[in-house]
Design a protein around this ligand. Structure first.
Ligand code: UDP
Ligand code: MG
Length: 306
């Protein structure tokens, strides 16, 4: 059986359509499946729509978070609930085209353990957003050695891979990178990003920046080395300045000591903030809080429990 995990946040207008389109395609290809909507604390009628979809088709299942825990947690919860021999993770707005799922499934049947969905085009995105995501993936790639340019959360994973990912203890999970990090035999399919079916994009720029910083830090300690590197440059610069002065080279109105003092102060603050951010993240990790809290769920037996 194939589990389809769909993180959903305020997706009321999408649920029925998404459930219908996906089940139509999978039925048409005789693929046995379950659809798991992970309602990430939506404030609109998303949960009601999921319950309705379940009434129409018992293969539609759902989890409801007690509040918004973020897409990563929704994916994680969906994978934990998945009973399939493999699972596809995809967005609720059909920007990840469901028509390629049968193709991914076929690759899995032929032995692939991970089938990566790679964007052939990024769809309609602003220039700033494109530049920002390019920089982000470049940094992640240089830090972790995993090339993630144009990757997305649209993937099919074999049961072995799902179990390997779920065995990870860390709190801050970055699904896109973890599914590459665990290894396994992987194939790629390319897809064109579709237009969002209904509703608005759920990410605000602030959410995206926080998401990028958090995941970069979860994957790399390079910022800690940067502080050392900056410290090195400052030290060398001050030695050079000292030598220049000693040799009697006039520094004009440079006011060397004041400027150096200011610069050093600023850089110390930057370094402190980097260390502070790591400390904050370590603190988050050692709290060992659950990644999410479920308030309702619709399970495969048709039972609904709180
Ligand atoms: N999403 C979520 N929790 C959030 C934000 C988004 O589960 O806090 C889901 C959303 O419902 C959608 C997917 O993540 O299924 C991608 O969100 P969106 O379409 O807004 O982002 P984009 O396609 O622009 O990356
Ligand atoms: Mg989208």
């Amino acid at each position: 059986m194939l589990s389809v995990v769909i993180p959903s946040f305020n997706e009321e207008p999408n649920i029925q359509n998404t459930a219908n389109v996906i089940s139509g395609i999978l039925d048409g290809n005789s693929i046995d499946f379950e659809l798991i909507f992970a309602d990430d604390g939506s404030r609109d009628g998303t949960w009601k729509e999921i319950m309705l979809a379940h009434e129409k088709d018992p293969r539609v299942l759902g989890l409801r978070f007690s509040r918004n825990f973020g897409k990563e947690s929704a994916i994680w919860a969906g994978l934990e609930a998945a009973k399939g021999d493999c699972a596809v993770v995809m967005d609720c707005d059909l920007q990840h085209p469901p028509k390629v799922i049968p193709e991914m499934y076929k690759l899995w049947q032929n032995g692939a353990e991970v089938v990566e969905g790679k964007k052939s085009s990024r769809g309609k995105e602003s220039g700033i957003y494109k530049a920002f995501s390019k920089l982000f993936y470049k940094l992640i790639a240089s830090a972790s050695g995993i090339d993630m340019a144009n990757t997305s959360d649209f993937k099919l994973l074999d049961r072995k891979v799902i179990d390997a990912i779920l065995s990870m203890q860390e709190r801050t999970t970055f699904f896109r990178a973890l599914s590459g990090w665990v290894g396994f035999r992987s194939e790629t399919i390319t897809y064109d990003v579709e237009e969002r079916a209904f509703g608005e994009r759920k990410w605000t720029p602030k959410m995206l920046i926080k998401y990028a910083i958090k995941n970069l830090m979860a994957f790399t300690s390079i910022p800690l080395y940067i502080s050392g590197f900056l410290g090195g440059i400052i030290s060398i610069a001050s030695v050079v300045l000292f030598i220049l002065r000693w040799c009697g080279v006039g520094l004009g109105s440079f006011g060397g000591s004041q400027i150096l003092l200011l610069l050093t102060g600023g850089l110390i603050l930057i370094c402190l903030s980097i260390i502070g951010r790591y400390l904050a993240q370590i603190y988050e990790e050692i709290k060992h809080r659950p990644k999410y809290i479920i308030s309702d769920s619709i399970k495969s037996q048709g039972g609904q429990n709180d």
